[in-house]
Design a protein around this ligand. Structure first.
Ligand code: 4C0
Length: 156
């Protein structure tokens, strides 16, 4: 039975008509790859762009940053600090970029936390897993990696 082509498509897909055959096909608007089968899930973006805010602690893989030569705060203190930043951002009290530039323990702080475009296999697994779940413009909950605690904003 032909699927109802009137129903809305999952995020990231567009319906197209083949110029040569007149047949309907589906375009992944991120990767520009097409397929004949009607997609059932959101299009895989392949690559995304995110900004993040990292708060390191004494047990971080590298307990040092541009902000603080020797980071001694505890894991609990780091998580509490990050949650307070997230609260300010969600309440629109302070822009994400301002917090990232002032407080993020990653070198990306200089660029408002921007990490650029990345695909799977480039970032630490917990970070990647959370980042690829985010919708465009969505802010993650705190995520723990060997580097410390992060909040992630998907920008592309
Ligand atoms: O690894 C880097 C550089 C990340 C970066 C990527 C692309 C552009 C700019 C920076 N910095 C680490 C802290 C850190 N750990 C991370 C783990 C996942 C994502 C970003 C991270 N940042 C550190 O400074 O210890």
């Amino acid at each position: 039975m032909s699927k109802d082509n009137e129903a809305p498509l999952p995020e990231g897909w567009e319906m197209r008509t083949s110029r040569s055959t007149g047949m309907t096909y589906f375009l992944n608007t991120y990767t520009k790859k097409s397929q004949w089968e009607r997609p059932e899930a959101p299009a895989d973006p392949g690559e995304i762009r995110c900004s993040h805010i990292l708060v390191k602690h004494a047990e971080s893989r590298r307990p040092s940053s541009w902000r603080e030569e020797n980071i001694t705060r505890s894991k609990e203190e780091a998580l509490d600090l990050l949650k307070s930043y997230r609260k300010q951002i969600v309440a629109n009290d302070v822009p994400f970029v301002d917090i990232a530039m002032k407080y993020s323990d990653c070198s990306s702080a200089k660029r408002g936390g921007d990490l650029g475009m990345f695909g799977r296999g480039q970032m630490q697994q917990p970070f990647e897993e959370e980042a690829f779940k985010l919708k465009l413009g969505q802010l993650s909950k705190p995520v723990q990696t060997d580097s410390g605690y992060h909040i992630i904003l998907r920008t592309v």
